[in-house]
Write a protein that binds this ligand. Structure first.
Ligand code: IVH
Length: 307
């Protein structure tokens, strides 16, 4: 009896997982929302009837879990560092000169240019493809365990697709889109509830809820921007290709990420994003440049708390 139920529950989960991918990764839903809701509610009903058949990759974890008393601490195996700043075009050329001097090689240096999303840094660990732990950055060494909350972010898969590492830690930025923020505040005003000052505060407040069913109702989003731990998989040689791997596994990566060449390419990208800034669906507080070749990143090492 339970075997049959287990099979049925697995099929339902697979179906919901498939439709989540169609909706969030491919932007091509195949069934109406009402039909999706019906499948989801059926799974919820079965899981509450057979709690022993609950699992770590069930799509129902998206609606939140029992409230916590406090967040537990999580040690980051690889510290979560910070970034160095450049404020002028001269700073940018000086940055490239430092890189050139340290690499002692006369070649065209490729960078990956990315929007600097205005949200909160998180670390998310997948073991055997299943999202098992998520943590805040904290002081860079120790963060808070916010797994229940991060599981409610609809665009982040609870389960990776394809051939993935045994253990994968991604780092990314949790944020709230401008639209999501405005709608949420409009509702809050109507219901005489707390209004947030800006999307970043709203994202921070939502992510640090002890009751993840509240987080589940907030329009949070995430873009992944790097890899921490990776076991049982040979990652590509460049940062850009690594991001494309993340995409292939179903993880959301910002579509404005571009490969550029030399300081000039970085500057042009800065102008490009500046022109587009007001029409981007999220808030940014700058752009980030990363040396594309991982072997060069390795050789460059880190200065103080920034790579
Ligand atoms: S890379 C070694 N990429 O900026 C640091 N960070 O001080 C690796 N941020 O709080 C960070 N967008 O969360 C990186 N595309 C991006 C980012 C980004 C926003 C945040 C990050 C951190 C701060 C870095």
């Amino acid at each position: 009896m339970t075997h049959k139920k287990q099979d049925y529950i697995n099929t339902l989960r697979e179906k919901i997982h498939y439709h989540n991918q169609r909706y969030y990764q491919q932007d091509e839903p195949e069934i109406p929302d009402a039909e999706y809701d019906r499948l989801f509610r059926e799974l919820q009903a079965l899981e509450s009837e057979y709690p022993e058949l609950l699992s770590d990759d069930s799509p129902t974890l998206r609606v939140g879990a029992a409230p916590l008393k406090a967040f537990e601490q999580v040690q980051h195996k690889i510290p979560m560092l910070s970034l160095a700043n450049a404020f002028t075009e001269e700073d940018l050329y000086a940055f490239e000169k430092r890189i050139r001097d340290r690499l002692k090689e006369d070649k065209i240096i490729e960078y990956v240019a990315e929007p600097k999303l205005d949200g909160l840094a998180v670390s998310v660990i997948y073991e055997k493809g299943i999202l098992t732990t998520a943590a805040t950055r904290g002081d860079g060494q120790t963060g808070e365990n916010i797994t229940q909350n991060v599981r409610t972010i609809s665009s982040l898969p609870l389960k990776l697709s394809g051939l993935f590492p045994d253990v994968l830690e991604i780092r990314g930025e949790v944020f709230m889109s401008t639209n999501g923020f405005n709608n949420m505040n409009a509702k809050a005003i109507k219901n005489d509830e707390k209004v947030f000052a800006n999307p970043r505060n709203a994202a921070a407040g939502s992510l640090r809820q002890l009751d993840s069913s509240i987080t589940a109702k907030r329009p949070l989003d995430i873009y992944c921007y790097s890899v921490g731990i990776c076991e049982g998989y040979d990652l590509p040689l460049s940062h850009y290709e690594t991001l494309m791997c993340l995409k292939k596994w179903g993880l959301p990566v910002c579509s404005e990420v571009k490969v550029v060449e030399q300081a000039k390419g970085c500057w042009d990208y800065y102008q490009y994003i500046g022109d587009k800034r007001n029409s981007l669906p999220y808030e940014i507080d700058g752009v980030v440049y990363k040396v594309n070749l991982l072997s060069d990143q390795e050789r460059l090492g880190k200065v103080s708390r920034a790579p």
